[in-house]
Ligand binder design. Structure first.
Ligand code: SAM
Length: 433
C-alpha cells in the first residue's frame, strides 16, 4: 500500500467556496490529512433567495463543455453543497494538483492501492499520437498513469477568482517536474474562448469517475483529470483501447479491446459512441464538445456509399435491444431444441461481424460472443465453444469483470461445468449449474 495524502503542514484553511455550511457532510472530516496552502476564500456574499441564486449562477457558474450538463445542475441545490479547495494529493511519489470539493476529498482512500503493472514497452508516446511497439493481444493492460491535475468540471466562481485564474493556479501548483511538460501540451481551444492555461487543461482533460457525496448536483458536477502521457491519445470512432480510472489506486489504465498490430495507432473514443450512430452525429458531437473535425479512419471513409453503409451498420447495432439479442437463443431453448440452432448462430455471427467491422466492442458484443459460446456448448462442439468463450473472457477482462473472467476460464478448461453443455442431447432437462 502506498501513502495517500501528504502529512498535514498547517491547519486546513477556509475552502475556496463555502456559501453555506456543509451540513450534509456527515462523514468525519479528514481534510486535516491534506496539505493546504490555500489562502483564498470567498469574497462575494453568497446569494440567499432562489431568484438571487439563479442570477448569481448565470454570472458565476462556468459549466463544463457538455451542454447536457446545464440541464443536470440544479442551481437551487448547488450552493449548499459546494466547498471547493485547492489541494495536493500524494499518490506514491507523485503529487497531484487538485481542485475538488471537500466532501469528495474526504471520500478518497487514505492509502491508495498499487495499480496493476502494465505490459512493458507495449506502446510509444509520440508528439502527435500513441503507437503499438509490437503485436498486442486483446484485453492487455498497456499503460498505467497517475494524473498531474484533477479538477471538478463545473466550477462555481464566487470566491474572487476568474476561471482563467483558477486554471492558472492549478497549473502553478503542479510539481516543478511536470509544469514544463504541461506547458508544452497544445492548446486546442479556440483562442477567443479562454486563456492559454485553461485552454491546455480543457484540451487535455478527460472525464474520471470520483466518488460523489450524496448531495443534489454533485454527480452532475463531474470530474476530469490531465494525464501527461495519455493526453497524447487521439480520438477514434473505432477505438482499439478503453480507458479506466480507479479511485482506489488513483490511476488511469489503458486496456486493449481487440488485437492491435505493431505500428497501429492506439486511440480511444472521446465520446459515447452508442449515442451517436451516424458519422454526422459523431462529428457534430466532437465539434461541439472538443472543437475539432474528426478525421479518424471511420469518418474518413473513401466515399459517400461507404459512409452510408457504415452508418446503417451502426444504426442496426444501436437499435438492437438486449431483449432482441437474447431472444433467438431463448426461443430455441423454449422450443426444446426443435427450432433451427444454425439460424441462431447465423444471427449472432452476423452481429459480431458488423461490430468488428465498425470496431465497436461495447456491451452487446460480449452478449453476442457469450451466446455463441452457449450455442456451441449445447452441441458439445468443444473447439468452437472454447474459441467463443475465449472471446467472451477477453471482453470480461477488458471490463475488469475479473470474477466473470475466472468463471469463464473454468468453463474453457472444464467445458462440462458450463450449464448448457450437451443440452441438445437431453433437451427436456433443465440446465445444470
Ligand atoms: C488530447 S489531444 C490528442 C493528442 C494530440 N494529437 C496532440 O498532438 O497533442 C486532442 C486533440 O487532438 C486532435 N485530435 C484527436 N483526435 C482527432 C481526430 N480523430 N481527428 C482530428 N483531430 C483529432 C484534436 O485537435 C484534439 O483537440
Amino acid at each position: 500500500m502506498r501513502r495517500g495524502f501528504l502529512p498535514n503542514r498547517e491547519v486546513d484553511s477556509d475552502p475556496l467556496y463555502s456559501p453555506y455550511p456543509a451540513t450534509r457532510n456527515k462523514k468525519p472530516d479528514r481534510s486535516d490529512r491534506l496539505v493546504s496552502d490555500t489562502a483564498l476564500c470567498s469574497t462575494d456574499a453568497p446569494p440567499y433567495t432562489v431568484k438571487e441564486l439563479k442570477f448569481w449562477g448565470q454570472k458565476n457558474i462556468r459549466l463544463a463543455d457538455d451542454p447536457s450538463m446545464a440541464a443536470k445542475v440544479d442551481l437551487d441545490q448547488l450552493g449548499s453543497s459546494q466547498r471547493l479547495v485547492f489541494r495536493h494529493i500524494k499518490v506514491g511519489t507523485v503529487e497531484v494538483s487538485a481542485l475538488l470539493d471537500c466532501a469528495v476529498l474526504n471520500m478518497l482512500p487514505t492509502c491508495f492501492s498499487d495499480p496493476p503493472p502494465a505490459l512493458e514497452n507495449a506502446i510509444e508516446f509520440r508528439r502527435t499520437g500513441v503507437f503499438a511497439n509490437f503485436d498486442i493481444r486483446a484485453a492487455a493492460l498497456l499503460h498505467v498513469e497517475i494524473p498531474t491535475i484533477v479538477m471538478q468540471n463545473t466550477l462555481v466562481l464566487n470566491f474572487g477568482m476568474t476561471s482563467a485564474e483558477v486554471y492558472r493556479e492549478l497549473m502553478r501548483r503542479a510539481s516543478a517536474k511536470t509544469l514544463p511538460a504541461l506547458l508544452q501540451l497544445k492548446n486546442f481551444q479556440p483562442p477567443e474562448m479562454c486563456e492559454v492555461e485553461e485552454g491546455i487543461l480543457r484540451s487535455h482533460a478527460r472525464g474520471i469517475a470520483l466518488p460523489a457525496p450524496d448531495v443534489p448536483g454533485s454527480v452532475a458536477m463531474g470530474h476530469s483529470a490531465v494525464f501527461l502521457q495519455a493526453s497524447r491519445l487521439n480520438h477514434c470512432c473505432s477505438p482499439n483501447v478503453m480507458l479506466r480510472f480507479d479511485p482506489q489506486s488513483f490511476a488511469l489504465t489503458v486496456h486493449s479491446i481487440r488485437p492491435i498490430a505493431k505500428g497501429e495507432e492506439i486511440a480511444h473514443s472521446y465520446i459515447d459512441l452508442t449515442s451517436a450512430p451516424t458519422r454526422d452525429a459523431r462529428r457534430s458531437l466532437l465539434r461541439d464538445i472538443c472543437h475539432f473535425e474528426c478525421l479518424c479512419d471511420r469518418c474518413a471513409l473513401p466515399d459517400q456509399a461507404a459512409v452510408r453503409e457504415s452508418d446503417a451498420r451502426r444504426q442496426r447495432i444501436h437499435d438492437r435491444s438486449y431483449a432482441e439479442i437474447l431472444e433467438p437463443f431463448e426461443m430455441w431453448l423454449r422450443s426444446n431444441g426443435r427450432r433451427d440452432l444454425q439460424e441462431v448462430i447465423a444471427f449472432h455471427l452476423a452481429a459480431v461481424e458488423e461490430m468488428q467491422v465498425e470496431g465497436l466492442y461495447h456491451d452487446p458484443y460480449s452478449v453476442h460472443v457469450r451466446t455463441l459460446a452457449a450455442c456451441f456448448a449445447v452441441q458439445e462442439d468443444l473447439r468452437s465453444f472454447r474459441a467463443w468463450m475465449g472471446k467472451a473472457r477477453e471482453a470480461a477482462l477488458t471490463r475488469l469483470a475479473v470474477k466473470t473472467a475466472v468463471d469463464m476460464l473454468r468453463y474453457i478448461v472444464y467445458p462440462e461445468t458450463f450449464p448448457w453443455w450437451g443440452w441438445v442431447q437431453r433437451p427436456q432437462s433443465s440446465p445444470r449449474g
